[in-house]
Ligand binder design. Structure first.
Ligand SMILES: [Fe+2]
Length: 215
């Protein structure tokens, strides 16, 4: 059965969240269940086709949001082969529905002395994981092919941008979030790990990242 449509999913998900109540945890569980059901009931390639049709052919990182409303953001994530992101938060809950490949999440916890790694959690094609609103993580594509996922967030991503943070890979200090900073930290993390394949794939996906490579 292939009935996925972005707007129908958004409507269903928001209704399930509203029914779940005001608690972020309850809304997170409702959204996760909605995404799990959608992945189980649809051909995953059909979902990718629908997401591809909703963005410009040469979409940049800011054009991958396929739905934004006060309650929900849907982000089409095409993660380059071997890519590793910077450490960041979202300030709203997140659900990751993997469509092709896998995403390894390294999740941090806050301690008196700053952040430290708590655990890793991998989501593979057909699976959904969720992260609470205070989660701090970085992601990695462990494979040599592009990973495809539908990420959903429990709020308007554009509205919370100023509240989000990045953490520096060198000293784990918190700084304000922006996409340029996220890319810089991504590059730093991949350089530290001597992950040339990830750096090459990032440059292919986002050619403008070349200007950040030596900074
Ligand atoms: Fe994230």
């Amino acid at each position: 059965m292939n009935t996925f449509s972005i707007e129908e999913f958004a409507t269903e998900c928001k209704a399930a969240m509203a029914k779940a109540g005001a608690s972020s945890d309850d809304r997170q569980q409702a959204a996760k269940a909605c995404l799990q059901q959608t992945l189980a009931q649809n051909d995953l390639q059909h979902i990718i086709d629908s997401l591809d049709a909703a963005i410009p052919a040469d979409a940049d990182i800011g054009e991958m949001m396929v739905h934004t409303s006060p309650e929900l953001t849907m982000l089409y994530a095409r993660v380059p082969a071997r890519f590793q992101s910077g450490i960041h938060n979202h300030t709203v809950f997140a659900c990751i529905g993997q469509l092709v490949g896998a995403e390894v999440n390294t999740i941090y916890e806050q301690t008196d002395k700053g952040i430290q790694i708590d655990r890793t959690q991998t989501v593979s094609a057909g699976e959904v994981i969720s992260l609470p609103e205070d989660a701090i993580h970085y992601i990695e594509n462990p494979n040599n092919e592009t990973g495809y996922a539908l990420h959903i967030y429990g709020g308007d991503f554009n509205a919370v941008m100023d509240e989000r943070s990045l953490w520096d890979f060198d000293d784990l200090q918190e700084t304000a979030f922006n996409f340029q900073g996220l890319l810089k930290e991504s590059i730093k993390g991949m350089k530290q790990n001597r992950n040339q394949a990830g750096l090459d794939a990032l440059l292919t996906a986002i050619p403008s990242a070349a200007s950040l490579m030596n900074s």
